[in-house]
Ligand binder design. Structure first.
Ligand code: NAD
Ligand code: WQD
Length: 309
């Protein structure tokens, strides 16, 4: 079986991708030091796969540990690089943490891939690179805006790093996936979104409030220029997003795949915060106490994907 290195493989999107890789006949090799995830995600992956995955609990910025891991694993068909810090607000207060981990880990991974002869990489980018797009739905060719945060800048910088390294090395191929807003969980419920501490994102806050773990949800602003006044996003199911990574790996093996390609991964449909709340209560019947609060700094009014490409 072809081995695929999955950095951040115990995280929300990484764990769902590991099980889709296994279902497609790949062997996921997880590198994750669990700084933002839990052992039980690895147990859940194993339960769904029907066997224990290969796991290395190491920091993917640690060159020595990464070299030892690669020596143990042998040939690696491709890498999917999820590992990163992702809290937008924290990145404003501690930018160096983000530059070190998000940019540093990719520099090291690309160096080690070259040493090891691994020629394919899928990178976790984000719709944050678009900022507030001028035209909606937003296409991949929309100009990058000024980064909205140090976190956003790390995604812009990593995308550029991959364009530069693939043009300098004809053997290397990269796919940059710009995720919109991933939500949901594997239907088995063995894995899901398990944020540590208070969630920053809407859907885990909704589910934790409905479960009684949080007192109430605050809707961050209903004075935006949208039909109901709340912000609009493109919410994509995490299993669909996970499958996109398998397709990206397969696509890179095909004839004529360009050396570096970028794809939006969204549904193409925008929904407002109030629509998300109504959809959740409509489906579950669970009460969801919420209040309308002020805008959250740095939020864009509306963003959803053009999925034509
Ligand atoms: P997550 O925090 O659940 O997963 C990231 C995983 O990487 C965690 O398990 C963490 O422990 C691990 N990790 C981080 N730094 C590490 C290091 N140096 N060494 C080893 N392990 C490390 O996040 P996620 O939501 O699954 O996001 C995965 C990727 O997708 C990230 O690159 C993120 O920026 C990107 N992304 C996420 C979203 C989203 O809304 N969730 C949207 C767009 C892009
Ligand atoms: C969605 C909507 C909030 C929480 C962030 C990053 C982005 C990307 C995805 C990584 C917004 C509103 C939220 C709450 C609320 N991540 N909201 N009450 O802001 O689209 O994107 O995650 O790349 O870079 O910025 O996602 O889930 O935080 O918010 O009203 O308690 O829900 O204002 O309109 P966002 P989100």
């Amino acid at each position: 079986m072809k081995k695929v290195l999955v950095t951040g493989g115990a995280g929300f999107i990484g764990s769902h991708t590991c099980v889709e890789l296994a279902a497609a006949g790949f062997e996921p090799v997880i590198v994750d030091d669990l700084r933002n995830s839990q052992e039980r995600a690895i147990d859940g992956i194993g339960r769904i796969m029907g066997r224990k995955p290969s796991v290395h609990r190491i920091d993917c910025c640690d060159a020595g540990a990464m070299r030892r891991m690669l020596a143990t694993e042998g040939p690696i068909h491709g890498a999917i690089h999820f590992a990163a810090d992702k809290a937008v607000g924290e990145s404003v207060n501690d930018p160096l943490k983000y530059y070190h981990n998000n940019i540093g880990s990719l520099v090291l991974l690309l160096r080690l891939m070259k040493e090891h002869g691994t020629q394919r990489i899928v990178f976790s980018s984000s719709c944050t690179v678009y900022g507030q797009p001028e035209k909606l739905p937003v296409t991949e060719s929309a100009p990058d805006r000024n980064a909205m945060s140090p976190y956003g800048f790390t995604k812009i910088a990593c995308e550029q790093m991959l364009r530069d390294t693939t043009s300098s090395d004809p053997a290397l191929k990269a796919v940059l996936l710009r995720y919109f807003n991933p939500v949901g969980a594997h239907p088995s419920a063995h894995i899901g979104e398990l944020p540590l501490g208070v969630p920053n994102n809407l859907v885990p806050f909704v589910t934790q409030t409905a479960a009684g773990l949080r007192k109430q949800l605050t809707v961050f602003g209903t004075d935006y220029d949208t039909p109901d006044g709340s912000c609009i996003r493109d919410y994509i199911h995490v299993v669909d997003l996970a499958k996109a990574h398998v397709r990206a790996l397969e696509w890179m093996e095909g004839e004529g795949a360009s050396s570096c390609e970028v794809f939006n991964i969204g549904t193409g449909k925008g929904n407002s915060v109030l629509e998300v709340i109504n959809a959740f209560t409509g489906e579950t019947g669970a009460p969801l106490p919420y209040v309308i609060g002020p805008r959250r700094a740095g939020d864009t009014t509306a963003v959803y994907a053009d999925t034509t490409k």
